[in-house]
Design a protein around this ligand. Structure first.
Ligand SMILES: NC(=O)c1ccc[n+]([C@@H]2O[C@H](COP(=O)([O-])OP(=O)(O)OC[C@H]3O[C@@H](n4cnc5c(N)ncnc54)[C@H](O)[C@@H]3O)[C@@H](O)[C@H]2O)c1
Length: 364
């Protein structure tokens, strides 16, 4: 088992991420951080039939309850949150109870929010079951639900007391979802760790074959990068924005295509490659490094070009979708751009028109 000790500026919120095989069936992975007698598990209708039983068996010494969400991003809503909270109140969950999120980022985000606000906050354990949630949404303590006006509009920061990443769960994850998680991992390496980028190049086959030891190292290193960035900036005032590499282009593509056509990780893959090429255009990144980013992304079978995805979307629609990004104050854009593999820069005051021209060339 690999263990990553996460140290956050507020010492009281330090926690461990456990990564390995068969972790769900070992009660010690949970009991050492569960304080009270009550455990409330939130999962969804896809994940629960696969893993809820084994988790419940490990928690047999506790009074356990569970809530099963419908599957899908649209259920990361205030309505679902209210249902979860109602159910927690109905079973008489006390303040010293522990909530466990068993599922991907959707389950993790909404459960974390429920834990953050239930009786002003209860203890929370993440059991992420998608690669994306294992390397991204389970680190950093962001919890949220969506609102008709936008994604993740309502939420709170609430750190888990532990993350239990059981590699067995990845065996049932659809390949496309697995690769979307890989996109976030490549992104992390491009942001902050050249050595890890080169490791990903060397280990592409082993990762695609889902060899456990390789996956454990990969997840640990990716979490380490995110944790380091988050610990520098727990409440998202500055460097945490680096994590948005590829997001401005990516979100625009998602928005312009209509959410749901591409997985978020796939949009980030395209967005990251676009950001690298735009960075070359601005003279910030060498062409060879941009090519290496594209090659690694393609090596995993991820999309790198919007051409095939946006036949019916005009450049101006894409650009106006970008301008709506909440990170952009006036009409100019702010972009996170790689200036080398392992280093990014936050570039403000980028002219919308310049980006528009770039997209036009990119689409040619
Ligand atoms: N809090 C954060 O810092 C943060 C960071 C990134 C993303 N997010 C959020 O995470 C969400 C996306 O997370 P996601 O990509 O994990 O999506 P998801 O939770 O929707 O899971 C993707 C699909 O895989 C299924 N699934 C999950 N685990 C499985 C398994 N082991 N086997 C088979 N199927 C499985 C799910 O039921 C779902 O259909 C978004 O809502 C996003 O906003 C949050």
């Amino acid at each position: 088992m690999n263990i990553l000790d996460l140290q956050l500026p507020t010492k009281s919120s330090d926690y461990q991420i456990l990564i390995g095989k068969d972790l769900l069936s070992d009660s010690n992975n949970f009991s050492s951080v569960i304080k009270g007698q009550q455990v409330f598990i939130v999962s969804n209708e896809t994940v629960a039939p696969l893993y809820l039983k084994v988790l419940k068996n490990s928690l047999s010494q506790y009074e356990t309850h569970s809530y099963i969400l419908k599957d899908g991003e649209k259920y990361k809503s205030l309505g679902s949150l209210e249902d979860i909270l109602d159910s927690m109140l109905k079973v008489g969950l006390r303040r010293n109870a522990t909530l466990i999120a068993l599922g991907g980022g959707v389950v993790g985000d909404i459960s974390g929010f429920a834990a953050a606000i239930y009786q002003r906050g209860i203890s929370f354990i993440q059991v992420p079951t998608t690669l994306l949630s294992q390397v991204d949404s389970s680190v950093g303590g962001k919890t949220a639900v969506n609102h008709p006006s936008g994604k993740n509009m309502l939420g709170a920061f609430h750190q888990p007391v532990r993350v239990v990443t059981d590699l067995n769960t990845l065996k049932t994850l659809p390949k496309r979802e697995f690769l979307a998680g890989v996109a976030e991992i490549i992104k992390a390496s491009v942001i902050a760790d050249r050595d890890f980028f080169e490791w990903l190049e060397l280990n592409t086959e082993s990762i695609l074959a889902q060899e456990s030891a390789t996956l454990a190292t990969m997840i640990q290193r990716a979490c380490g990068i995110k944790a380091k960035i988050v610990s520098l900036d727990e409440k998202e005032q500055g460097v945490r924005a680096w994590l948005n590499l590829g997001h401005t282009f990516g979100h625009a593509i998602e928005r312009a295509l209509g959410f749901g056509k591409l997985l978020h990780g796939e949009a980030v893959a395209i967005g990251m490659v676009m950001a690298a090429e735009y960075s070359v255009k601005l003279g910030l990144l060498s062409p060879s490094e941009s090519v290496a980013i594209k090659r690694l992304t393609q090596g995993f079978g991820l999309p790198t070009n919007i051409e095939t995805q946006v036949d019916d979307v005009s450049t101006s629609e894409l650009v106006s979708a970008m301008a709506l990004d909440k990170k952009n104050v006036d009409t100019d854009l702010t972009l996170i751009l790689p200036k080398a593999i392992g280093k990014v820069t936050i570039e403000h005051n980028i002219k919308t028109q310049d980006v528009e021209q770039f997209i036009e060339q990119y689409l040619e």
